[in-house]
Write a protein that binds this ligand. Structure first.
Ligand code: LMR
Length: 395
């Protein structure tokens, strides 16, 4: 049977993770996969998460099935976290999904049923899994201009011109915040222009919100999504708890569907549940229950928000420290954009040869497009990284 197949391409993020693990050089610097790391290079379990888990262990009485939509309290809390009432409840439906990726998959499969001939537009560049996921759902995939590696900024005029040319048979995948891989984000004015364009053309928004709270704050990061929700009467959004709750391996995400009215929301929801039942029946509960407990309990919620804020502030401080360290060594402002970026990543705009050189000579690992994970840096590593980048780019 399998002689009909050829080898599938490896996912570059997980391939890099294996390559880093196999490198035994001391002092290697891992700027690869998007997980938060503290100064010691560890990815700790948040204390609010630990407490919620302890509560689950000591109070839960059953492991029976919970239903196709998963944990309903979780889904309600996630809708509030993302939309904060920007859409009346009767038009919103949500289902728990296995991670933000699972939520995206559920939504893409739903959209394929709704508009089989649509084209999915992703940003250039985008998270490396967006294109394969949309193609696997059966869509044609195109890219809209997004990032200028020369300036480290969004090519907004080009982006808008492309969006203006789209229509009802197009689905536009937007990063809600903390753009992955670039770290360059739309400002408020740009969000409003994108929303006006979508409204004018009828192109359908699919928002990927995987990093809420990692940019400028939980509410600040949802600005674009909420502004879109106030203006556009149907859209979908995939949210993730991997990063902001640090529960990566628990696979917790939420697929949110907004319909034009309650009746359409019900139909879309019935199709979404049918997609889920036909794929994995229902999601696992443990991680979602952790999140539900935290979001519904005022004390745990406050504790979680404080921990999240500390993580965010550390990433912002890392950005400034790296930009300062490079500037002081190179006497140029070429990498100042790193301090302006937000979220976990920045795309440095280095050539692939430079990325390879940094790996071979300095044991500095980043994705081949020069995406770095800013969270994985302690001060000593920032100084060494700045030395390495300045050394490699002088060549
Ligand atoms: C990343 O982009 O590194 C993360 O979102 C992890 C992943 O699943 O790719």
């Amino acid at each position: 049977m399998f002689e009909t197949l050829s080898k599938a391409p490896q996912d570059k993020i997980f391939a890099l993770m294996a390559e880093i693990a196999a490198d035994d050089r001391p002092g290697k610097i891992d700027l690869g996969i998007g997980v938060y790391k503290d100064d010691d290079g560890n990815t700790p379990i948040m204390t609010a998460v630990k407490k919620a888990e302890e509560r689950i262990v000591s109070t839960s009485k059953t492991k029976t099935y919970i239903g196709v939509a998963g944990n309903k309290g979780f889904a309600r809390a996630m809708v509030d976290l993302a939309l904060d009432g920007a859409v009346p409840d009767d038009r919103v439906r949500a289902a728990q999904a296995p991670g933000g990726t699972g939520a995206l998959w559920v939504l893409l499969t739903l959209l394929k049923r709704a508009n089989p001939d649509a084209t999915v537009w992703i940003s250039d560049p985008s998270w490396p899994n967006h294109r394969p996921m949309a193609e696997q759902a059966g869509f044609k995939v195109e890219a809209y201009p997004y990032f200028d590696p020369e300036t480290g900024k969004v090519r907004f005029d080009d982006m808008l011109a492309k969006l203006d040319s789209l229509g009802k048979s197009d689905i536009v995948l937007l990063h809600g915040c903390c753009h992955n891989p670039t770290g360059a984000n739309l400002d408020h004015d740009q969000w409003h222009k994108v929303i006006a364009s979508l409204k004018r053309t009828g192109a359908f928004p699919l928002v990927d919100m995987a990093y809420q709270g990692f940019g400028d704050g939980l509410d600040e990061d949802a600005y674009g999504l909420r502004a879109l929700a106030a203006e556009i009467d149907e859209f979908v959004c995939a949210t993730s708890c991997s990063k902001n709750f640090g529960i990566y391996r628990e696979r917790v995400g939420c697929a949110i569907v907004v319909g034009k009215d309650a009746a359409q929301a019900d139909i879309a929801n019935s199709q979404m549940l049918n997609v889920i039942r036909g794929a994995y029946s229902q999601p696992p509960d443990h991680g979602a229950e952790i999140v539900r407990i935290i979001l519904e309990d005022a004390d745990l919620r406050a504790e979680w928000k404080a921990e999240l804020e500390a993580m965010r502030n550390r990433m912002i401080a890392n950005r400034k420290a790296l930009a300062d360290a490079i500037r002081s060594r190179s006497n140029s402002t070429d990498f100042d954009f790193v301090a302006e970026h937000r979220g976990m990543f920045s795309l440095l705009g280095l050539k692939v040869e430079t990325v390879d050189h940094l790996k071979a000579e300095n044991a500095v690992y980043m994705l081949d497009d020069s995406r770095i994970n800013i969270a994985g840096l302690a001060d000593e590593r920032i100084q060494r990284l700045a030395d390495a980048i300045v050394g490699a780019t002088r060549k």
